[in-house]
Design a protein. Sequence first.
Lengths: 304, 444
Amino acid sequence: MRRVARRRPPVVRRSRAGLGLAMLTPAAILLAALILVPVCYSAYLALYRWQLIDINGPKAFAGLANFTQLFHDATLRDAVRNTVVYVVICVTVELVLGFAVAVALYDITKGRRLANSLILLPMIVTPVVTALLWRYLLDPQFGLVSQVLAAFGRPGIDWFGSTSLALPGLMLIDVWQWTPFVVLVLHAGMLAIPEERLEAAAVDGAGRVRRLRHIVAPALVPQILLVLLFRTMDTYRIFDTVYVLTKGGPGDSTTTLGLYAYRTGFSFMNMGYAMVLSLFILITISVISVFYLVLLRRRGVLRK
Amino acid sequence: MTPDRRQFLAGAAGLSILALAGCASSGGTAAGGNIQPSAAPRAPGGPYGKFTGQKLVLSRWSGDPWTSEQQSAAAQWGKDTGGSISFDAVPYENLRDKQTLTLSGAGGYDILYVHPSWFGEFAKGGLLAPVGGYLGDPSRNPPGFSAASYLPAPLAQGKYNGTLYGLPDFISTVLLAYRKDLLQQAGINPPVTLDDVLAAAAKLNGKNGMAGLALPGAKTGGVSDVVSTILTAQGNWWYNSVPKDTLSDPAASTAVQFYMTAAKYAPPGLLSAAVDDAATSGAQGKAAMVISTSPSLQALQDPSKSSTVGKWGYAPLAVASGKPSGELVYWLWCISAKSASKDAAYSFLQWYTNTQQQALIAVQGGTAGGTKSFYTDRALTAKLPFLPALNQALTNTNPQPNLPNWPQAQDAIETAVQNAVSGKQGVSSAVAAMQSAVQTGVGS
């Protein structure tokens, strides 16, 4: 029997819209209070030259001086470069590796649950504990890796004391910890693909690679975009592992934006400029997020 | 009026007067209980005062053995005086902002352990209470105890604009520790100058899989301590009393050059090694010599951490034929300006910084006290093998910088040294970066 779509009368639609608005308002007010007010207050405080000790006292008005400092701050340039390299490499490697592992998981029939649980373990550990764990693993003198290398007559590798290896070392830890997240999301996406489509493609003679390329990968685009959004935001704000393992060194070779903003505010106590750096991080991450959200909308993952 | 009623009224009046007297003598501190700031100690050497029911909060960094030893001392103080002290111990990296935010807000702390790098800022901001009046009051101190009981140099660091705000302890400096057995086997005399250290390191490096010299290289303050010591040994320093930057090219170049050469003989991981890591290398038999702060060097003597106990000799750092030198590392015990229990807080400060209490922690912690009598206690000094070297070093010292902007300058100085060691910068460009950092530090 054909179902006839009935349009609701305009009065009913208007009253439902009003109800929706009324239900949304408290949450909107709460969000505004928790997000917009602090952001606006930070922007206001960025106009002053002040230290943490002046938090309740008078502050010297600096106009836009803290903002113009952004343009000739060499450490900020290093921090932006390190952060961008970190984001691009970590997200790319995690996506490729995560996709490969998710496919492997999809293919196995026995022990999938156990494999799933084991793969998720790194994600459960808090980042600070992860950092300490890797610190002891990679210590060039006493670490497990160095002991194994020593057994083969090879010297230990100075991961976090080398300007060229410290950032890759941090990336390695990020990939180890967060690839499971990619696996989890992509594997869930794969399980949602109707098996008939894959079977039909196989009957039509499509090989494994063609099925992955023409059926699995396109079906996973929404999940891939979500993963990209989350991992880009997370890696862009990286702080804890860097703080524990290198504190931005050697030199400034691992100074990231988050660490630099923290150091400026809470080590150098230059709160005005720290506010500017925080706003810089917020604005840039918002632009990146909007870019992904537009892509997600175009793909129909988010409602327009 | 019946005799009973008269006795009751007289008793009540007497109690009221006593209560008022108690309030007055405690300087307006929290009433309640038996508060007598000038009460004699319960036992000889004990803390002064009775502070029944007073609850104090102490802010310090978390690190053993110091925290646990201070907690024991606080418990003893409480038993003797009737008060109590609870601890708010946070990691060193977060201590400054925790103290700043707490003191700038409603207060909340009575006793503060303050690092020199933020002491000036706190004193200038009016967050600390003067302690000179307490120290000069004979009724609150043991007989003969006064400002003259402390070493003059560390005590002077507790002054801001001529007013005393802090009592010193945790006296330490940068020292050289060397393996006596290995030097003897190699026919090398104990190093005296930095050139001797580098020559010995070159000779011992690689023997038995051991590095020649371990030293701190991470940006955690240790690099700055070593460089500061080398500058002092050359008669130079970061800034003068104005303060105006005084870092000279040759002195800074010598320090950077020393680091670059020492890096060749250091264990792997120099640029990520803090003072404790440097000492661990020595303790585990991975380095023939160690340059580090004296508290970290205590690991060499600790059988639970060291496989090389008893094999170490200690010496201060010197440049060419110059005088042995050191950087005066210290902490200051202060009272919050907002504390309602200042009398009780001073009672703890006086008692905890005296020689007897400092001796309890010195052997375990590798630090020394701030009082003169600490250094004349023969039984104590016999247990501290590094003490003669520390004493020598302290004859020619500069204190750890205490300017409000110094943390930023220190970070830039350590970055410059790291860049020079890793080959990203030459000596002259590293020195220029250090000079620019010092200008930031002094605010010029």
